[in-house]
Ligand binder design. Sequence first.
Ligand code: FAD
Ligand code: SIN
Length: 530
Amino acid sequence: MSKIIKSDFLVIGSGIAGLSYALKVAEYGKVHVISKKDAGETNTSFAQGGIASVSKKNDSVEKHIQDTLIAGAGLCHKDAVEYGLSEAPERIKDLIGWGVKFTKDDKGVYDLAKEGGHSKHRILHAADLTGAEIQRALLSKAKANPNIEIFEHHLAIDLITEHHVLGNLQSAFNICFGAYILCTKENCVVPFQANYTILATGGASKVFLHSTNPDIATGDGVAMAYRAGVRIANMEFVQFHPTSLYNPGKRSFLISEALRGFGGRLVNGEGERFMPKYDKRAELAPRDIVARGIDAEMKKRNEDCVFLDMRHLNSDEVKSRFPNIAKWCQQSIDKDISKDLIPVVPAAHYFCGGIMTSLTGQTSMQNLFAIGEAAHTGLHGANRLASNSLMEALAFSHNAALKFIRKRPRNFGTVIIPEWDESGIVDEKEWVLTRHNQKEIQNIMWDYVGIVRSKKQLNRAKRRIQLIYQEVEDYYKKSKVSGELVELRNLSAIAFLIITSALRRNESRGLHYMTDFPNKSDKFLKDTII
Ligand code: FAD
Ligand code: SIN
């Protein structure tokens, strides 16, 4: 019989959202942080450009709000934007207090970068390894806290709701009691019973063939919430980063937008600069515009990639500002970023949609919260401004923690949580076929649900994904659970959610571009909710 582990706070995810929340609530109870791989394997660790927060006199929170609203193309929730961006400067102090070291200039003043869509230099960074520095500091604080226990290689399978539990629950409806967690090293499922469950599971960009994200980004939190009947919003708004390194067959690597902020230009195979043709802000237009510009240029010229050109800039300055990117390019493709053209292509990067939450992280289910990239707070609207996501994760995790501190959610008393049903078979032959579905999902999503969409392509994708979804569900029901199977199941749910949402939006807005509806329409000036 597997033991039940009881938590006050069950935090699923060990990135910036999960860890910063854990650090804030630890003095109020036992916090269990669940991480499906090593705790440092997160999107957070890969962040390069930095974290946006107003800190200079020539800038203002109002300007940051304006830039965010413009990028969001009418779908930002103004209260979320105002809350998040006004909160940012204080929350940066939290990071510094936890030991994060941002880069300073010779005078000891924080160096601020500029990225697409920002009207001012306001991005704090730690060279080009900002996320790794944040992850390092938060993890070391969390590990040192006696009230926080981190469970690595533990993968949440599904939420435990009133449908699973036994007990006196006549008045209980739509409540989360924790989650079933698979220990992937020992291959056993442990129920974690929690007063409060917090989904901080990050993004889902691995649903696309080309992505800047590490393998953990399979949308597990969103898929679990969806299966439990929780509201999900705006899944059609997937951000494609314009410049991931073009290195076919090799691990993906981001070429930060900060290089364009530093003066880098985009050129095609002929060496012609093309972005000014598409937008007057050229390389520093918001990402949707730059990604579509690159996509159009590649299609028009039938080329596999475009190039980032830094050759006109001071070579020493480029290398000292971007040491990690310089090293990676030298080692992986034998290019010197200050002297050679760097081949780049767009790749899936970030989900603006996710589990619908209030400003305090509350989902549509009692005692279930969502924070970070897994959540939809409404801050990003139809397109996220660069470097606003680390900031959003930090600001809303803080508010979710405050909510608990000010007014504790209802506790539903004693319930009995049944053990996980371990029965099920392992049919190796069928699994070999079923696991092929992952590549198929990624290909379908890349080919039909990518940067440029149409009704016809989306319907084609829908028919194929529905078949796969059903096949995976059927296999899941009769099989012994495994990490790979859980992720495949979640990816098929994510693909379904994106396509369903995209088909409901007959317009082009922000990151959602439809060739058959190329303009915005006021009819769609609202969230897509599933
Ligand atoms: P993550 O940091 O992704 O953490 C998710 C956690 O959830 C992981 O610990 C994972 O193991 C865990 N998890 C997931 N599913 C399960 C499960 N089923 N069971 C148990 N654990 C699970 N944003 C910026 O603002 N500025 C930047 O410069 C920037 N650069 C980026 C560069 C790259 C290459 C990438 C990929 C993203 C970048 N972003 C940037 C986006 C930003 O990094 C993410 O949005 C942010 O880090 C998300 O934080 P998070 O805490 O929500 O999730
Ligand atoms: C980058 O460094 O280009 C990524 C920034 C972001 O995604 O916010």
